[in-house]
Design a protein around this ligand. Sequence first.
Ligand SMILES: *Cc1c(COP(=O)(O)O)cnc(C)c1O
Length: 367
Amino acid sequence: MIPVSEPLLGERALTYVQEAVNSGWVSSDGRFITEFERLWAEYCGVRHGVAVCNGTIALEVAVQALGLEPGSEIIMPSLTIISCALAVIEAGCVPVLVDCEPDSWCMDMAQVAAKITPRTRAIMPVHMYGHPVDMAPLLELAERHGLAIVEDAAEAHGAEYHGRRAGGLGTLGCFSFYANKIITTGEGGMVVTDDDALAERMRSLRNLCFRRDRRFLHTELGHNYRMTNLQAAIGVAQVEQIEDHLQRKRRMAALYQDRLGDLPLSLPVERPGVRNVYWMYGVVLDDSVPFDAVEFARRLRSRGVDTRPFFLGMHEQPVLHDRGLFVDERYPVTERLARRGLYLPSGLPLTEEQIDTVAVAVREVLS
Ligand SMILES: *Cc1c(COP(=O)(O)O)cnc(C)c1O
């Protein structure tokens, strides 16, 4: 079976983890934590990085740091992971959805303005499968209405929008370092920002809201969301090799594009002015194909090719309907992508030979 994703962990990761173990700093203090935060913030072109235990928590901490009054609305795409809606709900806010674009799979900018109300306080763009959201109109809207932007860049490490890196474009940028992401720490996440006050607040929120002036005196409740120095040691090694990871992803995309371009599928796009990092190589079945993505996945699996379906829209989630959210709302592009899209093996160690095997299987299934 060709796996859908695999990380690439070099010797350097082991050396750094060994150093962390030898130093005795195995919890959340230690040189690798500060080094990882500094390196990643710098890579994103901003001043602060706040490491946390995973990407979902990065989103939660980012939204909480904004200190929004309960009932504030946050606009986000319908096609995304539940983590986005969760972060909004946990902060006592209300998620408001917009559909996505049929080609970039990112939130449709043309629909955002119509969803802004007097209660809107923030927008949460998600850079889907490595393609940056069209940020210029979003930044302009945010500026005009005084809204914060919380980027979910969990799938877009190193992606660029007009020369600026994803995660460094908004008020706050959130990353995941889960094993299938472009760089990994096993489990892990980070929020990056240029805002001193927000960074300070997030450092407090991730660490039980201990006060600097008097430890064990609490004026706010916070959780333990800390990342360990062991994870950060792997993170530092991963940042050092990110250019190689990005080249591998772009080469994978070029090979798939070459092998699959004539089939009844939509392939990932790269809009002018952006650098897609092809986190996962998604494909969407044309309407002429007489089966859906579930059947497509089944047939590929029987040929030794593992895949994963696209996200299912937030407006189709029973757990959110139970909370009175999105009942009877329809987002046709999201619904179509959820039923006709899946992603092909996209692991960092994937060889050209494996890509050829996948392409042959896809061709067989579609002919
Ligand atoms: C992976 C992912 C997350 C969540 O990250 P975890 O580290 O798994 O919690 C959030 N948003 C998006 C878009 C993701 O792909």
